[in-house]
Design a protein around this ligand. Structure first.
Ligand SMILES: [Zn+2]
Length: 485
């Protein structure tokens, strides 16, 4: 995610940088990596049928999950996040107090998930709802599930969307259907990860899975989604989309009756810009293309068939999902040109750090955010030259100088507010990665990042793994972590 705290400051920085921007450098290189086959039967497989009722702003859903026990233990129960319930009461709403007005322009509005039944092969499974925000679903299994065994879990449920312009809900222009279905909690060496939908950072952690989703929507809407639309059928005034998404860690879609769409194919990926206004839709499209090429070249090939940059009713700034990013519609204007470029590049970098190489974004938010923020700097360096990169780094140094808080290695829940969180995790984190680069030199730095990507794509990593990798290259990570290099 990227929070845009002050559009004016961004504009000021832009005017300084604008003078330095030179001609776009050419950075296309061939990359021969190919998409790994998808025969892994150790991935969870979601088949979801979702029908959208426009009037009620409700989805009626039927979901089958082939859940695989990838743990080393026998399982008696399986945990799922049911994030829409974090919107069921005002006190649960995952926004800071001073954000509530922006998040709910028409006052608080309820969103929730109503679980109607859970079955395994026609047999009822008992379940309970838990978590501080009632956003955790615990399903009891009738028989123990041994390691490597699979079970079919069939869930019937309704999802009510709130009138909210955060990640989840609807505004005047778009309907943001994200973190909407029951998604299996990650079970790692610490056990089940049951953390709820908190207000700071991106409170998500998931395993790469396969998705087959059938979406029924009134035909006035256009749809932007994770994955590939395999077919579109018309039935009266309803369109039925069959969407296939392989090897992704989440599935999101955005609807609007106002979307215009631009698309092109670069290196086997269809890139889309969904927008309301031509001029800035083209800008976002250009940055999506350029940043995808830059990161393909620097880190390794983006293996998916689609990537969509979607102008959305989203007051926060930018938000990443697999194959799809949401961008605040207020950035699509002249005053925000630089911010739009920055946010689109940042969210595109998340396709590598978060979507492909995953991590626990609550306990170790710096791991994807710092690297993503630094990748954004790398995009500007590749596109506009070293001088622009140096300016951005200097700007970050100035911004972080005033803050006492040194520790960037905290969980999202340990930060007081979004400003502290952003300065520490994003800016200080990016500066730390710049220090690592200076220590090891460009060749080792980029080779190591490429190796990190290649060895960990479709997996989840930890801070220790990331730091050990640099230790091996002779970096004293302890020193770097303490801010002295
Ligand atoms: Zn981010």
């Amino acid at each position: 995610m990227l929070v845009i705290l002050n559009k004016k400051k961004f504009f000021k920085l832009f005017t300084v940088l604008f003078l330095l921007f030179s001609a776009i450098t050419c950075f296309a290189k061939t990359d021969l990596q190919v998409f790994k086959g998808d025969k892994n039967d150790d991935l969870n497989e979601y088949t979801i049928n979702a029908s959208f009722n426009e009037k009620l702003k409700k989805l009626t859903c039927s979901q089958n999950v082939v859940y695989v026990n990838n743990t080393k233990n026998n399982l008696r129960e399986v945990y799922f996040h049911i994030y829409p319930n974090a919107f069921s009461k005002e006190k649960y709403a995952p926004f800071a107090k001073n954000e509530l007005k922006d998040a709910y322009p028409n006052g608080f509005s309820k969103g929730y998930i109503k679980v109607k039944s859970i079955l395994n092969n026609q047999t009822k499974l008992s379940y309970s709802i838990s978590g501080k925000k009632e956003d955790l679903l615990i399903i009891k299994l009738n028989n123990e599930l041994k390691p490597d065994e699979k079970i079919d879990i069939h869930i019937e449920y309704d999802v009510k969307l709130p009138n909210s312009i955060g990640r989840f809900g609807y505004g005047d222009n778009t309907i943001n259907i994200t973190n909407w279905y029951p998604i299996a909690c990650v079970h790692d060496e610490r056990g089940w990860n049951k953390k709820g939908y908190e207000k700071i950072g991106d409170p998500f952690y998931s395993d790469v899975s396969n998705f087959n989703v059938i979406i029924k929507i009134p035909n006035k809407y256009k749809i932007a989604s994770t994955g590939v639309i395999k077919s579109k059928k018309k039935s009266n005034d309803i369109n039925i989309f069959k969407v296939d998404a392989r090897h992704v860690r989440d599935f999101a879609f955005i609807l609007s009756d106002k979307f215009s769409i631009l698309s092109t194919n670069i290196k086997d990926t269809n890139i889309y810009s969904y927008f309301f206004d031509d001029k800035y839709g083209k800008e976002a499209f250009a940055v999506a293309k350029d940043s995808l090429v830059v990161f393909n070249d620097l880190f390794g090939k983006y293996p998916y068939k689609t990537y969509s940059v979607v102008e959305s009713d989203f007051f926060i700034g930018g938000m990443e999902y697999p194959n799809l990013v949401m961008i605040d519609e207020r950035l699509y204007d002249q005053d925000s040109k630089f911010a739009l470029e920055y946010v689109v590049a940042h969210e595109t970098a998340h396709q590598w750090w978060y979507s492909l190489v995953g991590n626990d974004e609550i306990s170790e938010p710096w791991l994807d955010e710092a690297l993503t923020e630094y990748s954004t700097i790398l995009y500007f360096e590749q596109k506009y030259g070293k001088e622009v990169k140096d300016r951005l780094i200097k700007h970050m140094k100035v911004r972080t100088m005033t803050k006492q808080s040194k520790n960037i290695f905290k969980s999202t829940t340990e930060f007081d507010n979004s400003i502290d969180y952003s300065l520490c995790v994003y800016s200080k984190g990016a500066l730390m990665i710049d220090d690592i680069r200076k220590k090891v030199g460009d060749n080792v730095f980029f080779d190591t990042l490429r190796k990190y990507y290649n060895e960990n794509k479709y997996k989840n990593v930890t801070s220790d793994q990331f730091m050990n990798m640099w230790e091996k290259e002779g970096v004293n990570t302890e020193k770097i972590m303490n801010g002295n290099n």
